[in-house]
Design a protein around this ligand. Structure first.
Ligand code: NAD
Ligand code: DAU
Length: 356
């Protein structure tokens, strides 16, 4: 038995791969094209581990995906591969359309052909799990109830629109061809190996480097945070026991305004790595021009997953964020390695035009 993971060198995919191989001996093929967000450093502890087969390539390369499916005969495919950063999708949407929509389409086609040729038993047991996001549901006002699985799709950024399109394709392949799919829509993740273009790692890395902490707009936008290992455990649970064709929302019941997140990070750093001048890291906070079309609030109702599949997160926000800050303090080498020229170009592009 074997599984195929796509995008397994990115933040969540790599956490999933490490977690999977820590918990089971079932090998996996990891297909990742290694964009700026893919990083083999994250998987270094698996060097020489026969259970991990890394293949550099794209989900959009039908020939390669078909070859991998035929060669390794996975019992499941888990699709993490995507362009994932909202701000990048605003600066340049095309990659998002290519990977998240066209790439997912090619992956679905290759998987459908493979699944169609399997023997009855394997056909029955095969699963394709598509990893998606709460952003497809759009934005909530302060008092609206959290997103359930039946909430209308109202994506607002090129990123969320491309993820919404991929979700619809996955749904259609189940409805039309009977492909045994599962979809998870998760809230904001945080934890180890998070690329420092996203809010939490960017704030930690900038704080330690003595740089400004750029809070978009009024900082009152709300996100619902889940520790990445809890997302991984939810995916495993849905893969094992989810009902075919169903969607499961994944979240940690941890809604927080952005500014509160930044204050929490500053307080943890003040405690764990005080600034030499004795001032608080809070003094580095700068309010900057808002993200265009910025969604005000996300909140996930994960009660279906809890009720039907008996899943709940292991971490609270307080335990998860402390582990995360400590991880970044302990893994400065990883941080330095991902801050390549490409990273510096992005930081310049995204932040130089935002006025304080
Ligand atoms: P990430 O940007 O850190 O990693 C994406 C990975 O996909 C990278 O390793 C990249 O090299 C790879 N990739 C990109 N295009 C590819 C292609 N064409 N073929 C193969 N590999 C390709 O993203 P992430 O934060 O780990 O997110 C993983 C998935 O989870 C995405 O689908 C994202 O939409 C979804 N998601 C993310 C969050 C979050 O908070 N980060 C929350 C909910 C859902
Ligand atoms: O909700 C799930 C989504 O969460 C995933 O689908 C996306 O892949 C993931 O990137 C994330 O999207 P967000 O846009 O919510 O995450 P990000 O970390 O970019 O931003 C979180 C919030 O912080 C958001 O309201 C914007 C704000 N922000 C972000 C950055 C990078 C700032 O105020 N300053 C910043 O510098």
């Amino acid at each position: 038995m074997m599984i195929l993971v796509t995008g397994g060198a990115g933040f969540i995919g790599a956490n999933f791969v490490l977690d999977w191989l820590a918990k089971s001996d079932e090998p996996l093929v990891n297909l990742d094209v290694l964009t700026y967000a893919g990083n083999l450093d994250t998987l270094r502890t698996l060097d020489g581990d026969q259970r991990h087969v890394f293949v550099r390539g794209s989900i959009g390369d039908s020939e390669l995906v078909t070859q991998l499916l035929t060669q390794y005969k996975p019992r499941a495919v888990i699709n993490f591969a995507a362009e994932s950063h909202v701000d990048r999708s605003i600066h340049g949407p095309e990659d998002f359309i290519q990977t998240n929509i066209v790439g997912t389409f090619h992956l679905l086609e290759a998987v459908r052909a493979y699944w169609g040729e399997l023997e009855e038993d394997s056909r029955q047991n095969f699963r394709m799990l598509h990893v998606s996001t709460d952003e497809v549901y759009g934005s909530l006002t302060k008092d609206e109830p959290a997103f359930t699985e039946t909430h209308r799709y109202e994506p607002n950024s090129p990123y969320s629109a491309s993820k919404a399109a991929s979700d619809h394709l996955v749904r259609a392949y189940h409805h039309t061809y009977g492909l045994p799919v599962l979809t998870t829509n998760c809230s904001n993740n945080y934890g180890p190996y998070h690329f420092p273009e996203k809010l939490i790692p960017l704030m930690i890395v900038n704080a330690l480097a003595g740089k400004t902490l750029p809070v978009y707009g009024d900082g009152q936008q709300i996100r619902d945070w889940l520790y990445v290992k809890d997302h991984c455990s939810a995916i495993r649970r849905v893969l094992e026991s989810g009902k075919l064709g169903e969607v499961y929302n994944v979240g940690g019941w941890n809604e927080k305004p952005n500014i509160e997140i930044v204050h929490t990070i500053c307080a943890l750093l003040d405690e764990l790595r005080p600034r030499p001048d004795g001032a608080s890291y809070r003094s580095q906070i700068t309010y900057v021009t808002d993200r265009p079309g910025h969604d005000r609030r996300y909140a996930i109702d994960a009660s279906k997953l809890q009720r039907e599949l008996n899943w709940k997160p292991a971490e609270t926000f307080e335990t998860g964020i402390r582990k995360t800050v400590q991880w970044y303090l302990d893994n400065q080498d990883w941080v330095v390695n991902v801050q390549s020229g490409n990273y510096r170009d992005w930081v310049e592009k995204n932040y130089n035009e935002r006025h304080a």
